[in-house]
Design a protein around this ligand. Structure first.
Ligand code: MF3
Ligand code: CO
Ligand code: CO
Length: 250
């Protein structure tokens, strides 16, 4: 069931989204050569509890850490490990604080020092895919319109769109209806209404779309070993369009 957030709930979602964006910004500064994912996990935990919030990933369906750290050919849900970042790595951090009972969910892909043009192009395209998806959001549009906008942009570039994982409604729960897939057909699927909150979070692979889950039960890899990038925002459908709840003002 897709819920419509009340005025009060929207204020709470704004606060959660802002904290998520600030957390991602501050954790992103730690993505430098030699730092380990587990060090960022510790920093994320301390950062979050210091602000009277809770890191939603921790113990979520058994996930062992406070954020996901997905490096290179890891698509999403990377369990933080002890391997130091190396120059050229591409690193997605995905943070989700719970603030006064409401979730803000955002992620971004960072680079460690200098990386290849291939990696930079993939990251730029993935960021633009999220922007295109967001641009499709308004009352009366559908989740299919979002997927369609992303597909139209990504397909001609020769990349592939991961279909095994999708965006999602969000609020009191980490994952709610509707499911927001990053492929779709115009006019299909759930109709968007003012007061809905959900994420768009395209995962784009340089190679094939197929994924596999590691024996740790969480970490998702590309089957062909190709690079994967992702960006995520939490959104609110407004009377006239969309508000990005996890965007910091410049
Ligand atoms: N933050 C992820 C998302 O965007 C979900 C992570 S679930 C976890 O939906 F358990 F791996 F943290
Ligand atoms: Co999400
Ligand atoms: Co997320």
């Amino acid at each position: 069931m897709v819920t419509i957030k009340s005025k009060r709930e929207i204020e709470l979602m704004r606060a959660a989204g802002k904290m998520a964006a600030e957390c991602l910004r501050d954790m992103g500064k730690l993505v430098v050569e030699g730092v380990t994912p587990l060090e960022i996990d510790r920093a994320c935990y301390e950062w979050t509890i210091a602000r009277n919030a809770v890191p939603a990933p921790l113990n979520y369906k058994g996930f062992p850490n406070s954020l996901c750290v997905s490096v290179n050919d890891v698509v999403c849900h990377g369990i933080p490990n002890n391997r130091p970042f190396q120059r050229g790595d591409i690193v997605n951090l995905d943070v989700t604080p719970i603030v006064n009972g409401y979730h803000g969910d955002t992620n971004a892909t960072f680079v460690v020092g200098e990386t290849s043009k291939e990696a930079l192009d993939l990251i730029a395209a993935t960021r633009e895919a999220l922007t295109r998806g967001i641009s499709a959001v308004k009352p009366g549009a559908t989740v299919g319109d979002i997927g369609w906008a992303i597909e139209q942009f990504i397909r001609p570039l020769g990349y592939s769109i991961v279909i095994d994982y999708c965006g999602h409604g969000i609020g009191r729960n980490f994952h709610e209806d509707p499911m927001v897939c990053h492929v779709g057909r115009p006019g299909r699927g759930t109709v968007l209404k003012e007061g809905m909150t959900f994420t768009i979070e395209p995962m784009i692979n340089a190679g094939q779309a197929e994924t596999r889950v590691d024996s740790d039960g969480w970490t998702v890899y590309t089957v062909d070993g190709s690079l994967s990038a992702q960006f995520e925002h939490t959104l609110l459908v407004t009377a006239t369009g969309v508000e990005v709840l996890t965007q910091l003002e410049e």
